[in-house]
Each structure stands twice: as structure tokens, then as C-alpha cells.
Design a protein around this ligand. Structure first.
Ligand SMILES: [Zn+2]
Length: 322
């Protein structure tokens, strides 16, 4: 109950925050009326904001200092290579036509594209609230050369791009905490990560936006989901009770279907198999009849050629050799 109360208070604070934001965003009438963004609109704006980081591959960072752990700390060094990379790649992706130019130096060894450093600094200030100090980045994979005015670099395409979808946002004092999913820009159903992010309201050119404080994506576990096809494949075959001839047997197709026969060869029943994790990494194959009714029995695979039903005293079936 305490937790629900807490959430309600946060929601109430968020609503008040939205009202204040809407009020402060209201501008002198210029023909159009300023309207308060709906919560859905706010979530969409937050999603767009966070996607600026994920689209350049920044999945795990904060504005702390130092270099401990896996999290990238971008706060201690105003020339952090990842800030410079963000400032350049953000414009490469979003402002290619207006800000990225071919390098004026013929056969330039520093890269065939250039961007004015002021745009790089502007993007870093806008999204991180950090005043960038320009330097060359000597990353052997993707170097950025600063010549005193321009950054020279080569374009890079082809990697999967992920966007953020904010599902919940809560105000926590001056901080907005957001959670949601990352999805593949080419397949919205491909959502391999969840994330938690924190940001601060920020004014940029008179508009309400945010600066990022931290972002952490985590594997959503969808890739550790059981591989049903892989679990069912080894069941393919004819399985005989005790491995003896002239006994009951079960034929499985390796795709989740089975036919059980009496020793006489008459069909006893047909149905489907449902692998279910009994405990860590160990599956029981539950049997259902054709209508999907649970038959209240299941087997474990002991090896590629042996399975047993129920408990350890259960019936053993041995697979026929091909
Ligand atoms: Zn160049």
C-alpha cells in the first residue's frame, strides 16, 4: 500500500510539473494558442529526446567522473571522446544536409567529411548541458580530427539503430526519471533492452527540453527466452517403453506433436508437447491432448536417446535407432 501511495504522490507531482511546464511554455499570443501537452505527447517528446543518445549507441552512461565499472562517466572530462563522437554523429544522423560538408582539402588524410566545431559544441551543450572543449579523437576505429575550426571524419553506417520508447515518467524533485524499452529502428517488435534514464528540465533557445543525467539499458531477457524449436527438436523419433519391442511406444515429430500407441499398435492418443522450465535450465515436457487439455503428465529428457516420465521412478522410454 505504501508503494501505491508513493506512486500516486509522484504522479500528482508529475501532473503539477506538467501544468507548470505548460504555463511557463505559454507565450504571448501569436495567433496560435499554446496548449498543454498531453501526457502521451510528453512521453513521445521524452522518447525522441532519449533516442538521440541510443541512435548513436550510447546505452550506458552518466555524468559522473572517473572510469570505474562498465558505465561510461561523461562528467569529468569536457573533451571526453564520447562527447565529441556524440556531437559529430548526432549531426551526421540528424543534420546531414545542413551541417555536414565534403572536406575542402583534396585527398585529406583526416577524413573526407567535415563539420564546423561550433555545431558539435552546440549539440553537446543542448543534450548534456556540458561545454565541450575541442580536441582530436584518436580512436583507431573512428578517429575525429580537430583542425582548430572543423572536425574531419569519415561516415559510418550499417549498424543496427535502437530508439527509446518511454513508458513511464516520474518527477523526483528536480529530476525526471523515465523507464521504457529500446526497439530496433527497423522492427518495432524487436525490443532487446529495457532502460532507466534520468534527465533534468532545461531551456534551450526558449523551448522546454531536458538535459540527460544518466541512461542505462539492460537486456530485457527476450534473448534468454527459451528457444522452443531448439527444445522440441531432440524429441523427434519413436520412443519405446523400456526400449523393448512389442511394448507401448510414442512417436514424436520434433515440432511438438506426439502420437501414443498401445503395444498392439492401436493409437491411444495424439496431442502436443509443451516444454516448461521445471528448475534452472531443466525442462519438463508437458503433454496436452488435441484440444489443449493438460494431461497431467510430462517427461524429462535424460539423454538424446532416453526420457523418463514423471519422477525418477517413472517409466523410461528409449529412442529407436534410425
Ligand atoms: Zn578532411
Amino acid at each position: 500500500m505504501k508503494k501505491f501511495f508513493f506512486v500516486k504522490v509522484l504522479l500528482a507531482c508529475l501532473m503539477v510539473g506538467l501544468l507548470i511546464a505548460a504555463a511557463s511554455a505559454a507565450q504571448p499570443a501569436k495567433g496560435s494558442k499554446a496548449s498543454k501537452p498531453s501526457q502521451a505527447q510528453q512521453l513521445r517528446q521524452m522518447s525522441t529526446f532519449l533516442s538521440n543518445f541510443t541512435e548513436v549507441g550510447l546505452f550506458d552512461f552518466d555524468l559522473g567522473k572517473g572510469a570505474d565499472g562498465d558505465t561510461l562517466h561523461l562528467g569529468g572530462n569536457p573533451s571526453h571522446p564520447e562527447l565529441i563522437r556524440f556531437g559529430i554523429m548526432h549531426n551526421y544522423i540528424n543534420n546531414y544536409k545542413s551541417r555536414i560538408k565534403p572536406c575542402p582539402t583534396k585527398g585529406c588524410k583526416h577524413g573526407s567529411l567535415v563539420i564546423d566545431a561550433k555545431f558539435v559544441a552546440e549539440s553537446v551543450k543542448k543534450y548534456f548541458g556540458i561545454r565541450l572543449k575541442h580536441v582530436s579523437v584518436k580512436d583507431p576505429g573512428q578517429p575525429f580530427y580537430f583542425d582548430g575550426r572543423l572536425y574531419h571524419f569519415e561516415g559510418a553506417d550499417g549498424e543496427a539503430v535502437y530508439y527509446a520508447e518511454v513508458k513511464q515518467a516520474e518527477r523526483d524533485g528536480a529530476i525526471i526519471r523515465m523507464t521504457g524499452d529500446l526497439y530496433n529502428s527497423e522492427d518495432k517488435d524487436d525490443r532487446p533492452y529495457t532502460f532507466e534514464a534520468a534527465a533534468k528540465p532545461y531551456k534551450w533557445n526558449g523551448k522546454d527540453t531536458w538535459v540527460i543525467l544518466s541512461f542505462k539499458a539492460q537486456s530485457s531477457g527476450s534473448d534468454s527466452e527459451p528457444d522452443m524449436a531448439g527444445l522440441l527438436a531432440p524429441t523427434k523419433g519413436t520412443w519405446r517403453f523400456d526400449g523393448a519391442k512389442d511394448t507401448a511406444y510414442i512417436v514424436m515429430d520434433g515440432k511438438g506433436n506426439f502420437d501414443a500407441y498401445y503395444a498392439s499398435g492401436a493409437l491411444e492418443m495424439s496431442g502436443t508437447l509443451e516444454p516448461s522450465e521445471e528448475y534452472e535450465g531443466v525442462y519438463i515436457y508437458l503433454l496436452r491432448d488435441k484440444s489443449g487439455k493438460d494431461l497431467d503428465m510430462g517427461f524429462f529428457m535424460d539423454s538424446e536417446t532416453q526420457l523418463h516420465f514423471g519422477n525418477d521412478e517413472g517409466q523410461i522410454y528409449i529412442k529407436d535407432k534410425d
